[in-house]
Ligand binder design. Structure first.
Ligand SMILES: Nc1ncnc2c1ncn2[C@@H]1O[C@H](COP(=O)(O)OP(=O)(O)OP(=O)(O)O)[C@@H](O)[C@H]1O
Ligand SMILES: [Mg+2]
Length: 402
């Protein structure tokens, strides 16, 4: 059957990465724009607050210099007491600390208040140049005083606002992304499982009928003599294995303690006559009896897929080496190495994605399936252990030993 993907998959991944970049660049622009615009507002508000403090300082100067003036009441009420937002501290001519909108508890001791005010003054000095007041006595300059101030609560909020807003949006975006991914994965799962079950179901009927037919054919001595029945039986056996694989992946397979060396040898025996004679398949193991908890039909499917990929990567000649090792910490490792064209470093992360293929007639599903079988059903791991262009690739499967 001619296999030709109608979706150019490499383009699909290219578009996908491009789209990610577009989203990232747009988000960065929106963030910078929003921070920049708020900064303009912050600067304007800072200027306005400075003007307010300057007016406040002038008013203070006025009241401190000219206590007898009738306008004092107006000035104190309308200017000094109207400052309800900007924290300000000034020192009177008598050297006393005065303040407005500073967090000081009236019940504190004088000493504590003074220390707190001094700390505040230091903080304010770092932020803004204090505003100078001139103390006069009968019109003659006697001394200078300073009004210290810092940002109002409103200004502080405005400075923090874009960061809080962007963080909230980022958290929301992240949660939405996770939810979307989760629902997409769940949907893919349903399609995958449904399709597998349906395939197994549909294969079942002709398979039973073929098995009945083979018994009829066996009765015919002419055909039986030519060895046709044995060949047919082999094909039926293969069809049975395929059906079992599809039906197992469509349900939760039950794992059993199996000798993986034996299972791998089964696959190799099956594959050997089917690949070019110039491709060697070798199995290395220190023990002929290495067991792990596996589901035999699915595990064999994985090995078959990895070997087929290895054959594809090598063209006509080369060697596939399968090493079965008993690792420390109760693990069994199966390394499948080839001497093929290797996987470029930039593509290593993509090979397990559904639809990723570099082959004309590939679906890009072999490794996706292998990963699903090993990760989900066997609680194991499958990954590219090493790969070098034009030298070869090693895939590793790690399973729990028994
Ligand atoms: N041993 C290997 N050496 C080099 N490249 C590999 C090897 N195994 C996999 N790849 C790369 O990973 C891709 C995906 O492999 P996968 O088995 O998932 O799909 P496929 O072989 O292309 O198609 P199919 O669905 O028929 O298996 C391959 O197209 C190939 O580029
Ligand atoms: Mg493949």
């Amino acid at each position: 059957m001619a296999k030709k993907s109608s979706i150019p998959t490499s383009d699909f991944y290219q578009h996908n990465t491009n789209l990610k970049w577009v989203v990232l660049v747009v988000s960065v622009f929106i963030s910078i724009g929003s921070i920049y615009y708020t900064n303009i507002l912050v600067e304007q508000l800072k200027q306005r607050e400075r003007q307010q403090v300057e007016l406040f300082a002038r008013a203070l100067e006025y009241t401190l210099n000219d206590e007898s003036n009738d306008n004092i009441l107006f000035i104190t009420d309308e200017i000094i007491f109207k400052n309800n937002s900007i924290p300000t501290i000034w020192i009177t001519r008598e050297g006393q600390h005065q303040y407005r909108n500073v967090d000081i508890d009236e019940s504190w001791s004088d000493e504590r208040k003074k220390n707190a005010l001094k700390a505040q003054i230091n903080e304010m000095k770092k932020l803004y140049e204090p505003i100078k007041m001139t103390y006069r006595e009968n019109g003659i300059v006697e001394d200078y005083g300073y009004v210290y101030y810092k940002n109002s609560y409103l200004l502080k909020q405005l400075i923090a606002y874009p960061y809080i807003q962007l963080s909230v949006i980022a958290i929301f975006g992240f949660i939405a992304y996770l939810a979307f991914n989760y629902s997409r994965a769940a949907e893919q799962n349903r399609v995958w499982v449904g399709l597998a079950k349906e395939t197994a179901h549909q294969l079942g009927t002709p398979l039973s009928s073929l098995m009945a037919w083979i018994e009829v054919i066996r009765e015919d001595p002419e055909i039986s003599k030519k060895g046709m029945v044995e060949e047919l039986e082999k094909d039926i056996q293969k069809l049975r294995i395929v059906t079992e694989r599809f039906s197992s992946i469509g349900s939760t397979p039950i794992l059993k303690s199996e000798n993986v060396v034996l299972l791998i040898n089964n696959v190799v025996t099956y594959l050997r006559p089917r690949v070019s004679a110039k491709i060697k398949i070798e199995v290395f193991t220190l023990s002929e009896n290495i067991t792990a908890m596996v589901h035999a039909p699915l595990f064999e499917w994985v090995i078959e897929n990895l070997c087929k990929n290895a054959v594809d990567a090598m063209g006509n000649t080369g060697t596939i080496a399968i090493k079965i090792l008993r690792g420390s910490e109760g693990k069994v490792f199966i390394d499948i190495s080839d001497t093929g064209k290797g996987i470029p470093r930039s593509k290593i992360d993509m090979v397990f994605r559904a639809g990723f293929t570099t082959k004309k007639r590939g679906w890009g599903l072999g490794l996706t399936l292998a990963k699903r079988i090993i990760d989900t059903y066997h609680n194991g791991k499958i990954y590219v252990k090493s790969s070098e262009e034009n030298m070869g690739t090693t895939f590793r499967i790690a399973l729990d030993a028994i």
